[in-house]
Design a protein around this ligand. Structure first.
Ligand SMILES: Nc1ncnc2c1ncn2[C@@H]1O[C@H](COP(=O)(O)OP(=O)(O)O)[C@@H](O)[C@H]1O
Ligand SMILES: [Mg+2]
Length: 329
């Protein structure tokens, strides 16, 4: 299912939570929407998932306009959508199987079918035989697996994930993202992944939109956006990522004014040597490594450039001419 948003707006009093958002989310993919806290991500997802009506603008699922749906049409359309959240939103009064069964009971599916489907879903999310487990006995990762199984119970076309991994540790986050990727491919889902974590975008998404103060400030293939971030917000997200990424080794705790990112063909040329020979610039490399982004490998180098500002300026120009993206100017 392809999702198209046209000039969406939502105000809360004088606060413009979502301002003029237009996006095209392709079918059968994992699409990331990243932004800081308060950027308007959850508001946007409520508009797109028909939980709330926009003040202006349009939401389309394929060729059907859905933002004005009411009554029965709204209910039947919403059944084709799954959602998961940071805090899981599970019923603590029901066990794992009871939670997964819930949406199917609402749809009026018969007991036999529900039971078979619950077992199938438990298997799909890696919780075989855990149907009787009370929710309170499950770990965060297991709770999110139950929530995913529940979201997928009625075979939706779209899965919305609002900060689905934000309450989980890094290792559990990776396993949940791997599960979502696997299920996306298996069920041809359109997954909309809302997050404030660049790691989530890097590890799971194909395309990404960056939201800031209710507006889309950047949009594109994850590999392009990582290689060549344009907005300040995106650069900020990326610089945090560089600091925590374990395949980037920092051997000097000081310095490192510029972050250079090399992609594809640029990694085959000895660009640093060329620049240093041609203009006599000196590079003091503080950290380096590889980031895998959207299935593409980017070389990353954190460096100082000398001996003076004039050399810095010419060196940066040459780097850019060779297709290297530069951050920190
Ligand atoms: N129901 C609401 N009533 C009033 N203000 C709201 C409501 N929901 C969100 N907001 C405000 O809208 C802005 C965007 O919120 P939200 O969409 O939750 O951002 P995010 O999910 O990116 O953190 C925030 O300033 C928030 O306080
Ligand atoms: Mg939110």
């Amino acid at each position: 299912m392809r999702i198209t948003l046209k000039n969406l707006k939502r105000d809360y009093g004088s606060l413009h939570a979502v301002q003029d958002v237009s996006l095209s989310i392709p079918d059968n993919t994992i699409y990331g929407i990243i932004g800081r806290s308060g950027a308007g991500k959850s508001t946007l997802v409520r508009l797109v998932s028909m939980l709330e009506k926009p003040d202006a603008g349009e939401v389309w699922y394929d060729d059907e306009r859905v933002d004005g749906l009411e009554g029965k049409d709204l209910i039947s359309r919403r059944r084709r959508i799954g959602m998961i959240f940071q805090n899981f939103n599970l019923f603590s009064s029901r066990d794992a199987a009871g939670n997964i069964a819930y949406p199917m009971e609402i749809c009026g599916m018969d007991k036999e079918h529900i039971k078979a489907r619950v077992d199938e879903l438990l298997g799909l999310v890696g919780l075989e035989g855990r149907g009787n487990a009370p929710i309170s006995t499950l770990s965060g990762g297991q709770k999110q697996r139950v929530a995913i199984a529940r979201a997928l119970a009625c075979k939706p076309d779209i899965l919305f994930c609002d900060e689905a991994t934000s309450a989980l540790d890094p290792q559990t986050t990776r396993s949940i993202l791997a599960l979502i990727k696997e299920l996306q491919a298996k069920m041809n889902l359109t997954v909309v992944m809302i997050t404030h974590q660049m790691e989530v975008v890097r590890d799971a998404c194909e395309r990404v939109a960056v939201l800031d103060a209710g507006r889309v400030v950047e949009e594109g293939m994850v590999s392009d956006v990582f290689a060549n971030p344009r907005s300040e917000v995106t650069k900020d997200f990326l610089s945090n990522l560089t600091n925590v990424k374990d395949s980037i080794v920092r051997w000097s705790t000081e310095g490192g004014r510029f972050t250079l990112r090399f992609r594809g063909g640029t990694t085959d040329e000895p660009i640093i040597s060329i620049i240093s020979n041609e203009i006599g610039a000196v590079f003091n490399i503080r950290a380096a490594g590889v980031q895998e982004v959207g299935g593409e490998e980017l070389g990353v180098m954190v460096t100082d450039i000398g001996p003076d500002e004039q050399h810095v300026r010419i060196a940066l120009e040459m780097l850019k001419k060779h297709g290297v993206s530069v951050e920190g100017e």
